[in-house]
Design a protein around this ligand. Structure first.
Ligand code: AP5
Ligand code: ZN
Length: 220
């Protein structure tokens, strides 16, 4: 199974990715997580990406496409993978198509902008595993600690209210176009085109998970 999770910042891509990767036994490829790992490691890419991410902008297409191509060539991607946060621009989607990477599903998680700021400003993450929490909507068992390891949770540097607004604007300007791009591809009649599924992303996390599994033909 190869799929793309599409949605605004804070729509719940990372949250749902954690369910999907376990259910289907496929790796999650989050370009955001890869960039944050580069920032933490202090690599030249990390140093360049940090400024862009903290400002809510997008890292250059050629850099992202290079990262993704290298990642999907690895052994654990043989039986499929889940893209979280990629593609994010038309050139990224075209590059994927040109590379003949056959995608089974594009899953759009639809959440109105009005919900996003509260979700993102209350987010806490466990960087090592990618597990995502929310202080109100999805709290950890012990405040500030990861459920499985007990390690401290952190707040992302780009999760301030001002940066969220910028990220949302960038989403509408550069990423939302992919909703039309992939729905048209799915409707084109080409049986190699990915199926397009739109999921209402407001409601309890487990309900959204069930909607996604349902759409993918999997039971909980
Ligand atoms: P990235 O890490 O991809 O961030 P994003 O797209 O802005 O998405 P988020 O991770 O903020 O949200 P999410 O949809 O995963 O939501 P989550 O599940 O965490 O990218 C970061 C940056 O890296 C970009 O700004 C860019 O600079 C760069 N970058 C990355 N990829 C790139 C690319 N391809 N090209 C160029 N640049 C790139 O949930 C959010 C919160 O809501 C959590 O607290 C969660 O607990 C809560 N929540 C989840 N579901 C629900 C629910 N149903 N109800 C209530 N709360 C919920
Ligand atoms: Zn995420």
């Amino acid at each position: 199974m190869r799929l793309i999770l599409l949605g605004a910042p804070g729509a719940g891509k990372g949250t749902q990715a954690n369910f999907i990767k376990e259910k289907f036994g496929i790796p999650q490829i989050s370009t955001g997580d890869m960039l944050r790992a580069a920032v933490k490691a202090g690599t030249p890419l990390g140093l360049e990406a940090k400024k862009i991410m903290d400002a809510g902008g997008l890292v250059r297409d050629d850099i992202i496409i290079g990262l993704v191509k290298e990642r999907i060539a690895q052994d654990d991607c043989k039986n499929g993978f889940l893209f979280d946060g990629f593609p994010r621009t038309l050139p990224q989607a075209e590059a994927l198509k040109d590379a003949n990477v056959a995608i089974d599903y594009v899953v759009e998680i639809d959440v109105p902008d009005s919900e996003i700021v509260e979700r993102i400003t209350g987010r806490r993450v466990h960087p090592a595993s990618g597990r995502v929490y929310h202080v109100v909507f999805n709290p950890p068992k012990t405040e500030g600690r990861d459920d499985e390891t007990g390690e401290p949770l952190i707040q992302r540097d780009d999760d301030s209210e001002a940066t969220v607004q910028k990220r949302l604007a960038v989403y509408h300007e550069q990423t939302e176009v992919l909703v039309g791009y992939y729905s048209q591809l799915a409707a084109s009649g080409d049986d190699r085109a990915p199926k397009y599924v739109k999921i209402a992303g407001v409601g309890p996390v487990e309900e959204i998970r069930d909607r996604v599994f349902d759409a993918l033909g999997a039971t909980v």
